[in-house]
Design a protein around this ligand. Structure first.
Ligand SMILES: *[C@@H]1O[C@H](CO)[C@@H](O)[C@H](O)[C@H]1NC(C)=O
Ligand SMILES: *[C@@H]1O[C@H](CO)[C@@H](O)[C@H](O)[C@H]1NC(C)=O
Ligand SMILES: *[C@@H]1O[C@H](CO)[C@@H](O)[C@H](O)[C@H]1NC(C)=O
Ligand SMILES: *[C@@H]1O[C@H](CO)[C@@H](O)[C@H](O)[C@H]1NC(C)=O
Ligand SMILES: *[C@@H]1O[C@H](CO)[C@@H](O)[C@H](O)[C@H]1NC(C)=O
Length: 593
């Protein structure tokens, strides 16, 4: 596949040692056949919200359940009667739970626990939400990871995971989807150390009604992203103003919708065209990372980053600086790894000085030290203070930049290391050390998005009062109809949430986005996910036409952003632009003809 502009392309045969003749009979190069686009999944007989677990409430003893491995199951009483919150948000009003739970004893392996076979109950390409209360016995030493797992033939699928520390009930909220017909699927609860008893109550697995949630989100979006506007026409002789026609069109939604771009993408005009037309923020794939700008010690090269900055600025786009440091060991270039403590400390200082003084005022955001919940390269070598110190120095060098933490699996319930509670603790820890944390980055590489799970994470993080951004959003369903819906779930949840102040996609063009995540294929054609993105962008623009009322006013509620207005009275024609900014009080736009 050729992606981008080439001045010359040629094909050649080679291989045999010199002196060997090559005989070529025929060589055919033709346009590759495209896969038939998939059809939308059949959702006709899907019973949304209906639990597929047999005897979930244990009112029929252990019927339907079996122990995975030689452990013992029994029924006991005393678990919560309330539904786990994330399930409640999906299911609405629901019967209370009856307090029965499964007690698992005599576990000798961490994978042992209660299980059910659910093969025949699953539909392909349908998203299932997983919900349960879990708890570990007092014998547990330290924290235990508990996980609802799906055994899909020989594959393990994570249906939600939580870290249980204390002797109390914990909510597990997760999701999964199966795209190819499996022979056998079992669901089981596992993860605690051998010898630890496990308790499971109210396990539910049910298909999620995404459309119903969208209706709720539209309502919410209306509250959060729109403002009342009164167009007030005045002029000499009010009488002649009756019958004035007003036409209002939104030309720009001011909410940040961005995407990742890489230097090579700049050579593809179609890519650049889509990027600049459909996004107002940019972030670079790798070009700002330390391993890119200083692959060899002392050889600084900012050419690629400079060119990308120029492209964005030329098109009136803002840019995020991603990232100054990256805390995960495997991402650190070898010359840095070989430094002793003192040299590493000065290398860190040099990196900050060099990058932030060069680009002062250019990057509105910086991801200061990427993925601190998943790595500790700098902290291990330079001590706990180094993280806060990176923030402090960055702030001194470019006080106008907002400094972000940035991490993954925060919003999907699969990773106890990055659970919202952990992220909050981490951010407060940084703040206590004086780090000027200005924003929370949720990367958003997600596989099976379920609205209430994502929203729950946003609600929890929202208590910090910092702006939340989705910084690297991508979804990855093979079926592009499913992918479109996954994307819609994420965009609607984010846009409807009052704490979210920006959404960046981690690319959109095939081959420059994760597998099965593209909105535009390599030849430039939009797929279902691309169509959905553009449809949402259109939905989030307001237009209004009409005659003024007896007070010479026209009222509407519109999305934040820039508008044009055209006023046609009996005698005059007038046009101008105005901006609807965020605000509670109605915006009055006075037009004096
Ligand atoms: C506990 O499990 C073991 C192994 O499966 C089994 O031999 C034993 O009978 C069980 N005990 C009870 C009380 O169920
Ligand atoms: C199984 O677990 C129960 C309860 O924890 C305990 O009393 C019993 O001794 C265990 N049995 C075996 C064979 O380990
Ligand atoms: C429990 O954890 C503590 C501290 O982590 C350790 O010292 C102790 O040996 C552990 N006990 C058992 C039974 O594993
Ligand atoms: C810097 O990077 C650019 C783009 O990758 C490359 O073309 C150029 O040769 C590099 N400059 C130096 C001095 O290595
Ligand atoms: C599910 O999606 C896959 C991937 O696109 C497709 O091959 C399959 O036909 C779909 N099956 C159903 C039942 O929707």
């Amino acid at each position: 596949m050729i992606n981008g502009v080439v001045s010359k392309a040629f094909i050649f045969l080679e291989g045999p040692p010199p002196g060997t003749d090559i005989l070529l009979n025929s060589l055919v190069v033709k346009h590759a056949q495209k896969n038939q686009p998939p059809s939308p999944p059949d959702t006709e007989n899907v019973l949304y919200g209906v639990n597929i677990i047999t005897n979930s409430d244990l009112s029929d003893g252990l019927n339907g359940w079996f122990p995975l491995g030689p452990c013992n199951l029994s029924v006991a009483y005393g678990s919560p009667h309330v539904l786990p919150p994330m399930a409640r948000d999906s299911l609405g009003t629901h019967e209370p739970l009856n307090g029965n739970y499964i007690l698992v004893t005599n576990r000798t392996q961490s994978w042992m626990g209660p299980a059910q076979t659910i093969t025949d109950k699953l539909k392909l390409n349908v998203t299932y939400q997983v919900s349960a209360w879990v708890r570990v016995s007092s014998a547990a030493n330290g924290s235990q990871n508990l996980n609802v797992a799906l055994g899909v033939d020989s594959q393990w699928v994570n249906g939600g995971q939580v870290e249980a520390k204390d002797e109390r009930w914990y909510e597990i909220g997760g999701a999964f989807r199966i795209e190819e017909q499996p022979k056998r699927v079992i669901v089981y609860v596992q993860g605690a150390s051998p010898g630890v008893d496990v308790m499971l109550a109210g396990l539910q697995i049910f298909p999620v009604d995404r459309k119903a949630r969208f209706r709720h989100l539209k309502h919410q979006t209306d509250k959060v992203r729109k403002r009342d506007v009164t167009i007030k026409i005045s002029g000499s002789g009010t009488e002649s103003l009756l019958g004035t026609f007003v036409k209002v069109r939104q030309i720009k939604n001011s909410f940040p919708f961005g995407s990742c771009i890489m230097r090579t993408n700049m050579d593809n005009e179609d890519f650049v065209d889509f990027f600049t037309k459909n996004f107002n923020w940019g972030v670079f794939g790798n070009e700002l990372k330390w391993y890119w700008t200083e692959a060899q010690r002392g050889n600084l090269n900012y050419t690629d980053a400079d060119e990308l900055v120029d492209l964005c600025k030329k098109n009136g786009m803002e840019v995020r600086g991603h990232c100054i440091f990256w805390e995960v060991d495997g991402t650190v270039q070898s010359w840095i790894k070989s430094l002793n403590k003192n040299d590493l400390m000065s290398a860190v200082q040099n990196r900050l000085n060099s990058l932030l003084s060069r680009y002062k005022g250019k990057f509105k955001h910086y991801d200061v030290n990427n993925e601190m919940l998943h790595g500790s390269f700098y902290q291990d070598r330079l001590g706990k203070d180094i993280r806060a110190s990176m923030f402090k120095t960055a702030h001194q060098l470019d006080p106008d930049a907002t400094l972000f933490v940035n991490d993954y699996h925060v919003e999907d319930g699969t990773d106890p290391r990055a659970a919202p509670e952990k992220y909050i603790e981490h951010i407060i820890g940084l703040q206590e050390q004086g780090a000027p944390v200005g924003g929370i980055g949720i990367q958003g590489h997600i596989d099976y998005p379920v609205g209430p799970i994502v929203c729950s994470a946003l609600d929890k993080l929202g208590v910090l009062g910092l702006p939340i951004w989705f910084t690297e959003l991508d979804v990855g369903a093979e079926n592009e109809f499913v992918r479109a819906e996954d994307l819609e779930v994420m965009l609607r949840e984010a846009y409807a949430h009052p704490a979210v102040e920006g959404i960046m996609l981690w690319g959109f063009w095939e081959l420059y986005v994760r597998n099965n995540g593209h909105l535009v294929n390599a030849e430039g054609d939009l797929n279902e996910a691309g169509n959905r993105y553009l449809a949402l962008k259109r939905e989030w623009m307001s237009h209004c036409n009409g005659y003024v009322d007896e007070n010479c006013e026209l009222k509407f509620r519109g999305f934040h952003g820039d508008y044009t207005i055209e006023v046609v009275s009996l005698t005059k024609k007038f046009s101008r632009t105005f901006t609807v900014e965020r605000g509670d009080a109605p915006l009055v736009v006075n037009i004096n003809l």
